[in-house]
Design a protein around this ligand. Structure first.
Ligand code: ADP
Length: 568
């Protein structure tokens, strides 16, 4: 650009100088011709005034011959005498034998008194300026001079012009360079700033201090850069927010364009699809190893599907595909992987619970119904009594079952907890007092060792239920006559601890991990009449108290339940 401007400026300067020089030379030419013409005219008048050149009788043209050193610009003037018939009577240079009647200047002079022309002379063989003056009706005196008188001048003018040009050129070159620098420097500054901005430096601004159009352009550029920086910051902010949302999402999210190339993928989706590198811009299907997912992604008609992934962990997922729009145009798809393992598990638990409840309720009901129907036909009092006893026991079992189900459902659904500070030992004493009769009936020793007087915070009724279930079990699963149940209340570290130890039948090792499940009974043939819900209730209550429960048991030796509740 710099060279272009420089070349244009130099061409313009040379062109301007040439035009000026040519015009100047033309003017000088015209002026010179005019002066020469005047001088030739004066010479003619001089000849006319001084001599009687037309005196043909003398025929020697002595007077004309005496006129010497008639020069214009150092060039000898040619003087010619011509008569009315066009015959050249005298010529101080080269007398022509040709008839001059038709020469323009001669013709004009005979007609008007004076004639002028600039033309080529066949006699002299050169361009001449002619001026003819009529001396009388029969004669015309003509002076002429070579046009070189003027061209000579022209050559000098050319020299001067060239000299001036040589002087002007370096000066105009210097001015042009300055002008170019003034134009180019701000443009260069803008170019370098633009380049730096392209490389991510949005803080840089153009420093153009001129107040012309380039200065205004620089200011506009800086304003544009300010706006751009604000917009970019907004976009980055938005992008960061979207990225943090995507990163912290539990669901896997993948966005692909219309050619199935990945636009965005969150860490959760990368983990579940076992992708360990950045695949943005690559084809999603190239990185999916699971047949079900690939098939689903390729089928346009399916919009959601449930699949099971075995790696890295066994989980259930619901995949959903939905179109992504940019205003009105469809720009691709969003694929969401929703982890439904927990939902499925809860659903399974719910259906299992319903099945278990139905089954548990059905057993005593069938028994009651059967015995009640048979009772109608029993006449014998003893059998009738026996049957009634069975019906009574089954009804009681049914009632306990329903009661336990209600307690469990109440604990599970009651989210608002009645928080109060209470002394656990007092609650334990209450339970022990209530259970003492049962223990005495079974000839079981029931001991309470109280080493704690601190209060704990929580729902007192639920704590009562917890203690009741554990002591009830300890008595229930102890051997009649030789049993001993030891309840200890104490503080360890920052925890309130409750230990219930019995020397009863114990729990087989393989069942220990399952005894807290709903309706789980170690051995259905133990015939202790339990519902299998007691420990499920205990586990829930411990959870409400933010505590933990541990079991140690040995078959035929006894069991220890230990509950730890933080004081908070
Ligand atoms: P259940 O109503 O049958 O007692 P639980 O949920 O209270 O139901 O207990 C689950 C199972 O754990 C019981 O069936 C029983 O076999 C076993 N179990 C609970 N406590 C004891 C214990 N102290 N000694 C031995 N076995 C126990």
């Amino acid at each position: 650009m710099r060279n272009k401007i420089l070349t244009s400026v130099i061409i313009t300067v040379i062109f301007a100088i040439s035009i000026v020089a040519c015009s100047f030379m033309m003017l000088i030419n015209m002026e010179q011709t005019k002066i020469t013409k005047e001088e030739l005219k004066n010479i003619n008048y001089l000849i006319y005034e001084l001599n009687d050149v037309t005196d043909v009788s003398r025929n020697d043209y002595e007077d004309l011959k005496n006129i010497k050193d008639m020069k214009i610009n150092d060039v000898e003037v040619r003087i010619t005498l011509i008569d009315s018939s066009g015959v050249v009577l005298y010529d101080n240079e080269q007398k022509s034998s040709e008839n001059h009647k038709d020469r323009i200047e001669v013709k004009e002079a005979f007609e008007k008194g004076e004639g002028y022309s600039e033309r080529y002379s066949a006699t002299i063989k050169g361009n001449l300026i002619y001026y003819a003056t009529r001396l009388s009706d029969n004669y015309v005196i003509r002076s002429s001079v070579s046009i070189n008188t003027i061209t000579l001048l022209q050559k000098e003018n050319i020299k001067y012009s060239l000299g001036i040009l040589m002087l002007v050129l370096p000066f105009s070159l210097f001015l042009s360079l300055r002008l170019v620098k003034k134009i180019i420097d701000p443009v260069k500054e803008l170019e370098s700033v633009t380049l730096k901005m392209t490389h991510g430096d949005y803080k840089i601004r153009a420093n153009i201090e001129t107040h012309d159009e380039l200065g205004i352009l620089g200011n506009s550029f800086n304003n544009m850069a300010d706006q751009l920086q604000i917009k970019i910051r907004e976009v980055i902010d938005k992008q960061n927010k979207i990225e943090s949302i995507l990163k912290s999402m539990e669901n896997g999210v993948v966005a692909v364009d219309n050619h199935n190339r990945v636009i965005s993928i969150n860490p959760r989706a990368e983990a579940l699809l076992e992708i360990r590198k950045n695949i943005v811009g690559e084809y999603l299907l190239d990185h999916i190893n699971d047949y079900d997912i690939s098939k689903f992604l390729m089928k346009d008609e399916e919009s959601d599907k449930e699949i099971k992934l075995l790696h890295p962990f066994e989980r259930d997922y619901k995949i959903k595909k939905s179109d992504m729009f940019d205003g009105v145009e469809n720009i691709g798809k969003v694929i969401i992987f929703q982890d439904i393992t927990d939902i499925n598990r809860v659903e399974l638990m719910r259906s299992q619970f319903v099945a278990n409840v139905s089954h548990e309720l059905k057993t005593p009901l069938t028994s009651i119904k059967g015995f009640a129907e048979t009772l109608k036909f029993v006449k014998d009092d003893e059998t009738r009594e026996k049957f009634l006893d069975i019906i009574d026991k089954e009804a009681e079992r049914l009632s306990r079952l329903i009661n336990d189900i209600l307690v469990l459902s109440n604990i599970e659904s009651n989210l608002v907890i009645d928080m109060k500070e209470f002394e656990p030992s007092l609650v334990i004493e209450e339970v022990i007092n209530m259970m003492r009769k049962t223990a005495i009936n079974k000839n079981i020793k029931l001991e309470f060792i109280n080493n704690n007087s601190k209060h704990i915070l929580g729902d007192k009724d639920k704590f009562y239920q917890l203690v009741l279930n554990l002591i009830e079990n300890a008595i229930k699963y102890s051997k009649d006559g030789s049993g001993c149940v030891e309840v200890t209340s104490y503080t360890k570290d920052e925890y309130y601890c409750l230990r219930i130890k019995d020397n009863g039948i114990g729990i087989p090792e393989e069942d220990i991990s399952r005894i807290f499940e709903r309706f789980y009974r170690v051995d259905k043939s133990r015939k202790k009449g339990g519902t299998g819900l007691g420990l499920a209730i205990v586990k829930h209550i411990v959870k409400i108290f933010n505590g933990e429960i541990n079991v140690k048991s040995k078959l035929s030796e006894g069991t220890i339940f230990e509950v730890k509740i933080p004081y908070m």
